[in-house]
Ligand binder design. Structure first.
Ligand SMILES: CC(C)(COP(=O)(O)OP(=O)(O)OC[C@H]1O[C@@H](n2cnc3c(N)ncnc32)[C@H](O)[C@@H]1OP(=O)(O)O)[C@@H](O)C(=O)NCCC(=O)NCCS
Length: 113
């Protein structure tokens, strides 16, 4: 289960991303950046690192769920090539909300795709 933590110059954790994978598919389970460190590229760098790691493990498709109203995360994932492939109504609680399922295809390392 790949897990990356981003740290600042004082080695304090400022963000993390975690995923799991099997065969050629993976799912990003969670991503978070401390509020005072947002909009500095940390989240994007974490997901880019995760996608590179998953690619090296033979993963070709990466999925995740995100709150429909989470414009920040949806914009970040869109920049990294994720597109909506489904909607899960009432997926989240407190408050209840649908999840958008996003997917991206990643290229094979070494160009053997
Ligand atoms: C979503 C989250 C991880 C983004 O982390 P971040 O480090 O601020 O993101 P980045 O600085 O790498 O932003 C990359 C791009 O995402 C988009 N983005 C990020 N935050 C945004 C916001 N508040 N509003 C609009 N777009 C946003 C922008 O396009 C941004 O590029 P830009 O700054 O060049 O315009 C962070 O807001 C967070 O931890 N949110 C709460 C937890 C969460 O929603 N996790 C995702 C669950 S799926």
């Amino acid at each position: 289960m790949p897990f990356f933590v981003a740290a600042d110059a004082s080695e304090l954790a400022v963000g993390y991303v975690v995923a799991h994978y099997g065969a050629d598919e993976a799912e990003i389970l969670n991503l978070g950046v401390a509020p005072e460190h947002r909009r500095c590229g940390v989240g994007k760098a974490l997901v880019e690192q995760m996608l590179a790691t998953l690619a090296a493990k033979g993963v070709r498709s990466v999925y995740l769920e995100v709150r429909e109203s989470n414009a920040a995360a949806r914009r970040l994932y869109e920049q990294l090539g994720f597109t909506p492939v489904g909607l899960r109504p009432n997926y989240y609680r407190r408050p209840p909300e649908a999840a958008v399922v996003l997917r991206t295809a990643i290229l094979a390392v070494g160009g053997d795709a």
